[in-house]
Write a protein that binds this ligand. Structure first.
Ligand SMILES: C[S@@+](CC[C@H](N)C(=O)[O-])C[C@H]1O[C@@H](n2cnc3c(N)ncnc32)[C@H](O)[C@@H]1O
Length: 218
């Protein structure tokens, strides 16, 4: 199997998803190692299909100052840092110090440690405190916090900047009535409503893997 279980969308037909992943070029040794580790330890990562989209968006937009909310073991961070180039700066944030420790080792081995600032703590607080504005903010924290992430991230994004959020279809659950105790689905549904209602944003939701929403700040 090319598309490992941890990357399964839950709403795309298996053969179609398998096809999409088998088209992707092989990744370098460090990225491949992180993918294997994530698959074996069920660490959620965006995976290579979404990572390529992120890299493309960084490259075409020329984003250099990037803030990542929810970086885990640094898989998406490395793709962002590589796409931003030697003049790029990516702020890594995660609440779990153990994940940050592993991420730092990967950054060193991927040759991008100098482009990444590692911050352990609550991404909602860290983005508020970060000096200046960002060209691109990537949101991948716990899903019930998505409406709050939007609230705090938007003032920190420059006009024309990109706010990208993963898992906005949430295995298709976003499209169905959420049970009263499912705060994650409810958070995503509220987030999706908010971005499409916002006069400050131009959002596009892409049904790639678990759903990716790309918003441009107007
Ligand atoms: C889906 S994973 C991130 C995966 C990563 N973006 C990637 O693709 O490689 C979500 C991470 O967000 C972290 N997290 C959740 N809520 C957070 C918060 N409020 N502040 C900081 N980290 C948070 C969790 O510890 C977890 O490691």
């Amino acid at each position: 199997m090319i598309r490992t279980e941890n990357l399964r969308s839950g709403y795309i037909q298996d053969d179609v998803e398998e096809y999409l992943y088998q088209l992707l070029p092989e990744r370098d040794a460090v990225i491949a190692e992180i993918e294997d580790y994530a698959a074996q330890n069920r660490v959620p990562i965006i995976g290579p299909a979404v990572a390529r989209l992120m890299a493309l968006l960084v490259e075409v937009s020329g984003a250099k100052r990037i803030f990542e909310m929810g970086s885990a073991i640094g898989y998406s961070t490395i793709w962002l840092a590589r796409a931003a180039g030697p003049k790029g700066k990516v702020i890594y944030t995660d609440g779990d110090p153990e994940k940050a420790r592993r991420a730092k080792d990967y950054f060193r081995r991927a040759g991008v440690a100098k482009r990444i600032e590692v911050h352990v703590g609550n991404a909602l607080e860290l983005v508020k405190k970060a000096p200046g504005k960002f060209d691109l903010i990537f949101n991948d924290i716990d899903k019930h916090q998505y409406p709050a992430a939007l609230r705090v991230a938007l003032p920190k994004l420059r006009r024309g900047g990109l706010f990208i959020t993963d898992n906005t279809l949430w295995s298709g659950k976003a499209a169905r009535p959420a049970p009263p105790d499912d705060i994650h689905t409810q958070g995503i549904q509220e987030f999706n409503r908010l971005v499409y209602a916002s006069k400050e944003l131009y959002p596009v939701m892409l049904p790639l893997r678990d759903g990716v929403t790309v918003c441009r700040k107007l």
